[in-house]
Design a protein around this ligand. Structure first.
Ligand code: GTP
Ligand code: MG
Length: 441
């Protein structure tokens, strides 16, 4: 599926820099550039220094690199011109190439061509966009793992097994008069269940995968006046939230981003929990509960001169850490249930803050080590549908419904699995994905 036009764009960031790169891809790439270049473009993968000239004279000295199809990023003939990073030079070169017949590339069009030519599957193409956006080591690690195949390879394997079983089942339909069963129902059921387990565990990883991409939500909660807002400020090294000796100071949620060990945390300071007649404070407390429910890590702050609430971590799938604040004023014993998940700090002096940060980082990385993580909303939607279809398959088999009905659900599961890796795509989906890219990628 080669495109018949040749696209061009500046691949380096907009603006002035040391060098800039103009890239062309398509069957006419060499033919368009050659008249502007003093040396013959023939040997692939060799950087050649030359001048770039229009009919009106030399524009710049450039380094020309040629990649012959299919051994290029896009799978087509690609020519890259590295020039000096002046805005004028970049635009003059690009403009001249356009006048010679190249078309200005759309956002992500190089990567779209790479996908169309089978150089990347769809989830890898999406990982390229994530890699370009990555701002922290954790985001970078996720993007690289997806770029290198990640769970897409595992899904492709599952899909193949499903295709084999579906074909057997559909073969029976061709022989429906003869009442034969090619597909072993027991094996089919076992495979559907196994696939559902893999898909569901990927779905479960979405919360963490997404959190690593967007910032792991951390709720700071506890009774009024224990020093929650002071703790937020100490963690952020910033005077973010209002602190006062009056209980009930914080009403709204106050947020800040903190990066520890390459992981970004979204810290959320909340209103102190107590019974109150104050309408505004009550609304704030409702919000506190909501934030805690949506958090992945909950910091329960207690005042070391008071008592600890709660004395054991709730069992709700979240990581609960106990923070014994105001340790400059007194000490409290750590309840056995919080052993290993508690830390004494003083938001006032900064004592223990570093230890708390490390505890938060290890709470996340112990969960994420070695697992494929789902980070992409589009993939999650598709996998939810796969999971639903597989459930229907299992139910149908258990109820011994006719093969043609089971085959419909199998086809449905196959279809949605295929949308993750790109075996099944529509123009609309491709348009959505590639419009996220920058021009030139
Ligand atoms: N000595 C000491 N005082 C602290 C410490 N942390 C906070 N305080 C003081 O405790 C009081 C309450 O602090 P805040 O941070 O406003 O407490 P809060 O938990 O956010 O209170 P609410 O927003 O009302 O729920 C303030 O007077 C702080 O200066 C600490 O580590 N040591
Ligand atoms: Mg507060």
């Amino acid at each position: 599926m080669m495109s018949n036009d040749t696209i061009a764009a500046v691949a380096t960031p907009a603006g002035t820099g040391g060098i800039a790169m103009v890239r062309l891809s398509g069957p006419q790439a060499v033919a368009i550039v050659q008249p502007c270049i003093a040396v013959a473009i023939s040997e692939p993968r060799k950087a050649v220094l030359s001048t770039f000239a229009t009919g009106e004279g030399v524009i710049d000295e450039v380094v020309v690199t040629f990649y012959r199809a299919p051994h290029s990023y896009t799978g087509e003939d690609v020519v890259e011109l590295s020039c000096h990073g002046s805005l004028y030079v970049q635009q003059a070169i690009l403009g001249h190439l356009i006048s010679l017949g190249a078309r200005l590339a759309e956002p992500g069009e190089f990567t779209r061509r790479a996908f169309v030519n089978g150089k990347l599957d769809l989830s890898q193409a999406e990982a390229v966009a994530d890699l370009i956006d990555a701002a922290t080591p954790a985001q970078h690690r996720l993007a690289v793992s997806q770029l290198r195949g990640g769970y897409a390879r595992e899904l492709a394997g599952l899909r193949q097994r499903l295709i084999d079983l579906t074909s057997l089942l559909e073969l029976e339909l061709d022989f429906s008069q003869e009442d034969v069963a090619f597909a072993d129902r027991g094996e089919l059921l076992a495979t559907a269940r196994e696939l559902a387990t893999s898909v569901n565990s990927l779905l479960d990883s979405f919360a963490l995968g997404n959190a690593l991409k967007q910032g792991v939500p951390v709720a700071i909660t506890g009774s009024p006046n224990v020093g929650k807002s002071s703790l937020l400020n100490a963690l952020l090294h910033d005077d973010r939230a209002i602190v006062s000796p009056i209980p009930g100071t914080t009403r709204d949620c106050v947020e800040g981003l903190l990066t520890v060990g390459g992981i970004t945390f979204r810290l959320i300071d909340t209103a102190g929990l107590r019974d109150t007649a104050d309408e505004v404070e009550r609304l704030g407390i409702e919000r506190s509960h909501r934030v805690c429910n949506e958090a992945m890590i909950v910091l329960h702050v207690a005042d070391s001169t008071g008592n600890i609430q709660p004395t054991e971590p709730p069992h709700d799938g979240r990581r609960h850490l106990l923070v014994l604040n105001k340790c400059d004023l007194g000490t409290l014993p750590v309840p056995p249930a919080y052993e290993g998940s508690a830390v004494s700090v003083s938001a006032l002096t900064g004592y223990g803050i570093e230890e708390l940060k490390q505890l938060m980082a290890s709470a996340v990385s112990s969960e994420s080590v070695g697992n494929a993580l789902l980070t992409n909303v589009r993939h999650r939607d598709a996998l939810l549908r796969v999971s639903r279809a597989l459930n229907a398959v299992a139910e149908g088999l258990a109820a011994e419904v006719p093969a043609d009905l089971v085959a419909i659900d199998l086809r449905d599961a196959l279809h949605h699995l295929g949308t993750v890796t790109g075996e099944v795509t529509t123009d609309e989906v491709l348009g959505n994905i590639f419009s996220r890219f920058c021009v030139g990628k």
